[in-house]
Design a protein around this ligand. Structure first.
Ligand code: DOR
Length: 424
């Protein structure tokens, strides 16, 4: 007997090119069959009117553990993840201490094994202590279970260090995930330009993103590494990635909900919830990033869920830390930016949230193929709902989307054959 039969849903599996109304059966934690099923199961889920998707994957989440458990933990981030439909999240290494050796990687995995509702896969630091000076023990971290390397929060400024990191990553077959921001141009609060001048805030030039990206793409030509551009925020970056892809370079990229929906104009309120790094840019940049996602130049969607304590985010704009949370409303935000605008259809959106990120981290996830782990997200595409941050499972509240009306919501999240979330 099967454990679960999901009946009559619109099964969309971009990995296998499937989009049809049928049944999905789950046995022993794996997908047993996809198609018409006459079998029996301990539990039957009626998915009439729902989308049945491979479990969503978010490759860019700040879990804050160890070091800032008052903001988020592996357990609470994963609870927020399943409420947002995500079955896998990648934990960023800018923790305290940073995830820069195999023990730290094991620590995150142990916390996940003990308390996580979703799969939590650690990303290790590129450099020791995230100081940008000396390579961290990438091979040992890989062996311990790291799925990629990043100094996220900062770009690696030293050309020598990033070149070596790309060389090693090429040999190891793991992606370098770069926060493209030249440190020399990084100091500032919001996008550089007229709005920053008017608000009396210091600017972060978009050229800082361009300079690091351009440098790294040059170095990439000389290595066999896979290079992933985190939180693309400018139209110039989209064009650089487009050109690099055309030249055959192994470049992937992600966009965050805020760079698809918000502009620097939001900073006019001086609300620190709009302070994020890279900063909110111009309307033209938002349009270009959306088009980059639609074209597939940006092939992954990732939240950059960055929780911060209220007492920190309640400081004035210039003193508050960078970051905003969105795990629990990300799907609706992507739908607003990409489906409601006609730029993508559901299979296109889900490809960027399932099979594409799974390929990047080289895990057999993001698919409903028979024999794959039974990570499944059921989505009501017609559900209209209002974001209420006070209902979030996340420990933090720094979410600029509170009160937004969204369409489409995950109604059940299944991880390894276990129902880990159900919308009441
Ligand atoms: O806004 C951000 N917050 N950008 C980052 O790169 C880091 C993140 C954080 O850790 O808070």
């Amino acid at each position: 007997m099967n454990d679960i039969i999901i009946r009559n849903g619109r099964v969309i599996d971009p990995a296998g090119g499937r989009d049809e109304v049928c049944d999905v059966t789950v046995a022993d934690g794996f997908i047993a069959s996809v198609g018409k099923s006459d079998g029996k199961a301990a539990e039957t889920i009626d998915a009439d009117g729902l989308i049945v998707s491979p479990g969503l994957i978010d490759i860019h989440v700040h879990c804050r553990e160890p070091g800032h458990e008052e903001e988020e933990t592996v357990a609470t981030a994963s609870a927020a993840a399943v409420a947002g439909g995500f079955t896998t999240i990648c934990a960023m290494p800018n923790t305290h201490p940073p995830t820069d050796d195999e023990t730290a990687v094991q620590y995150v995995l142990q916390r996940a094994a003990r308390a996580a509702k979703a799969r939590v896969l650690p990303v290790g630091c590129i450099t020791k202590g995230r100081r940008g000076e000396e390579l961290a023990e990438m091979a040992l971290m890989l062996e311990a279970g790291a799925v990629g390397f990043s100094d996220d929060g900062d770009g690696v400024g030293s050309t020598n260090v990033i070149y070596r990191a790309l060389q090693y990553a090429g040999v190891l077959g793991v992606p370098i995930m770069q926060h493209c921001q030249d440190p020399a141009l990084a100091g500032g609060d919001m996008n550089s330009g007229a709005s920053a001048v008017r608000l009396g805030l210091s600017g972060i030039a978009s050229s800082g993103e361009m300079i690091m990206l351009q440098r790294d793409l040059e170095l990439l030509k000389r290595t066999s590494a896979a290079y992933h551009v985190m939180h693309v925020s400018t139209g110039t970056s989209v064009e650089l990635i487009r050109r690099a892809r055309a030249e055959g370079l192994a470049v992937t990229a992600e966009a965050a909900p805020h760079h698809l929906l918000l502009t620097e104009a939001a900073c006019m309120t001086y609300d620190p919830n709009y302070k994020v790094n890279p900063p909110l840019r111009s309307a033209d940049d938002v349009e270009a990033v959306r088009r980059g996602v639609a074209d597939g130049i940006i092939d992954c969607l990732a939240t950059d869920h960055a929780p911060h304590a209220a007492e920190e985010k309640e400081l004035e704009f210039g003193l508050a830390p960078f970051g905003m949370i969105s795990l629990e409303c990300a799907l609706g935000l992507y739908v607003k930016a990409l489906i409601e605008t006609g730029l993508l259809d559901w299979p296109g959106l889900l490809a960027r949230m399932t099979v594409n990120p799974a390929r990047l981290i080289d895990r057999p996830l993001g698919t409903l193929a028979e024999g794959a782990p039974a990570d499944i997200t059921l989505i009501d595409p017609d559900k209209r709902w209002t974001v209420k941050v006070d209902d979030f499972a996340s420990l933090s509240r720094n979410c600029p989307y509170d009160g937004w009306e969204l369409q489409a919501r995950p109604v059940a999240t299944i991880v390894g054959g276990q129902v880990r979330y159900r919308l009441d």
